[in-house]
Design a protein around this ligand. Structure first.
Ligand SMILES: [Fe+2]
Length: 287
C-alpha cells in the first residue's frame, strides 16, 4: 500500500460533508478532497467559512496544494474548488464521465451553448486507473459509477477516499436514483472497491450519525466487507438493487440539489446570466 499520507477530516455541519486534506509527510505536498462552499439558499448568499478553514489549515501546516479533487458532482453541497484554487493553486480534477453529468443537467437547467459539456471547466479529467502525483505519493482513481456516472474512489498510499460510493458501515451506501444513477452499477463499483486490501483506511464523504452515534468518517475496507449494512456479509446484487430502489423511492430530494448541480457541474463556478450577474435557476418540475 506504499506510503501513509497524513489525513485530516473537516466536518461541515450544514451538509454533513467531510472534506479532507491529504498530505505527503515527506514533501509537504497535499490534496484537498471534496471542499464545501457555504450557501444560505433562502437568502441566495454564499460565504467562505468552510473553505477558509481548509485554506488556513493548509497554510498553518506549511503544505503546498497540488490537487483539488472532487469525488463526483455533489448534489447536497457546493464545491469551493475555484475559491481554494485562487488562494492556494492546485489543479481541479474530477472523473472523465463528468461530460455525461454535464449533458444530463445541461438539459435539466436549460443551459445555453455557453455552457460547455466537455469537462473543460476542470483542469484534469480522470479515467479509470489514472494515476497522479502528490509530492512523492501516487494517487490512483477508480471509476465507481452508480451514485452518479462520474463518481470515483481515490486511493492515495494506504488511504482510500470513498466519495459517496460507501458510507460508514452502519450508514450503508448512497442513493442511486438521481438522473444517471444506477443501483446495479453502484453494487458492481462497491464490489471493486472491496477488493482493495482489508487494512486500507477508508474515508467517507458524508456521515449522518445513524441511531445517535457520534459523527465518524474513518473505517477500513475490511470493516466494510464484514459489516456494511447494505453490501457487507456477502449481500447479492439482486438483494442490493431491490433494497436500494425501494429505499430511494422514499427519499426526498437533497435541500441543496438545485444550486449544487448548477455550480458543481461547472467545477464550482457560480453561473452567470446574460449580463454576467451571478445567478441560479430553479427548473420547475424539471428534476
Ligand atoms: Fe453525492
Amino acid at each position: 500500500m506504499g506510503t501513509s499520507p497524513a489525513v485530516e477530516g473537516f466536518f461541515d455541519e450544514a451538509s454533513n460533508t467531510i472534506s479532507y486534506i491529504v498530505a505527503d509527510p515527506g514533501t509537504g505536498a497535499c490534496a484537498i478532497i471534496d471542499s464545501v462552499l457555504d450557501i444560505d439558499y433562502a437568502a441566495g448568499r454564499i460565504t467562505y467559512d468552510s473553505a477558509d478553514r481548509l485554506i488556513a489549515a493548509v497554510r498553518e501546516r506549511g503544505l503546498t496544494l497540488q490537487w483539488i479533487i472532487e469525488t463526483h458532482v455533489h448534489a447536497d453541497h457546493l464545491s469551493a474548488a475555484p475559491y481554494i484554487q485562487d488562494k492556494l493553486g492546485g489543479k481541479i480534477g474530477v472523473g472523465a464521465r463528468i461530460v455525461e453529468v454535464q449533458e444530463t443537467f445541461g438539459k435539466v437547467f436549460n443551459e445555453g451553448t455557453a455552457f460547455q459539456r466537455d469537462g473543460s471547466q476542470f483542469d484534469a479529467l480522470f479515467e479509470d486507473g489514472d494515476t497522479y502525483q502528490i509530492g512523492n505519493m501516487t494517487g490512483f482513481a477508480i471509476a465507481t459509477p452508480g451514485h452518479t456516472p462520474a463518481c470515483m474512489v481515490h486511493v492515495i498510499g494506504d488511504a482510500a477516499f470513498a466519495g459517496d460510493t460507501l458510507f460508514m458501515p452502519d450508514g450503508g451506501s448512497a442513493r442511486a436514483d438521481f438522473p444517471g444513477g444506477d443501483a446495479g452499477a453502484l453494487y458492481d463499483s462497491i464490489q471493486r472497491v472491496l477488493t482493495l486490501p482489508d487494512a486500507m483506511r477508508l474515508f467517507i464523504c458524508h456521515d449522518y450519525g445513524p441511531n445517535g452515534r457520534a459523527i465518524a468518517w474513518e473505517t477500513t475496507i475490511g470493516q466494510q466487507k464484514a459489516d456494511n449494512i447494505h453490501v457487507g456479509g456477502g449481500k447479492t446484487r439482486e438483494e442490493f438493487v431491490k433494497f436500494r430502489t425501494e429505499r430511494d423511492a422514499q427519499l426526498a430530494m437533497p435541500k441543496l440539489i438545485i444550486p449544487s448541480l448548477q455550480v458543481n457541474m461547472r467545477a464550482g463556478e457560480i453561473p452567470q446570466d446574460d449580463s454576467g450577474v451571478p445567478m441560479l435557476k430553479v427548473p420547475v418540475n424539471g428534476l
